[in-house]
Ligand binder design. Sequence first.
Ligand code: THU
Length: 127
Amino acid sequence: MDYNTLMEKAIEASKNAYIPYSKFPVGACILTGNDKIYTGCNFENASLGLTICAERNAIGSAIADGERKIKAIAIYSPERDNCYPCGACRQVLHEFKSENGIDVILKNGNELVIHKIEDLLPGGFNL
Ligand code: THU
């Protein structure tokens, strides 16, 4: 799967963000170990701490469909270049790493920038 396509789908997903409080839309698109694709957007709540990030929304859809490995995730916000995942989402991604880790794909202007999840979360927690 072409990473540009993943980013295009993340951009599309960001348009569905429910963000009445922050006005900060985020979209994410996951490529799983079975080469399936799942998207997510952030959605907020009047009880602010209940907000769900775009990344975990996409991961939840993949898990609910039986997927257990993530090869790559594209993350996008129209509000900023290089929209890095929050710490909570890094740990949740860490849980579902594929054998080659996870490529975290960000957009910087017209360029895609790729990080490995291990570099974004050294020492991720395991049980
Ligand atoms: N947000 C995400 O969707 N993903 C992140 O990794 C960081 C933050 C959302 C949550 C909230 O709706 C908005 O961005 C501002 O924090």
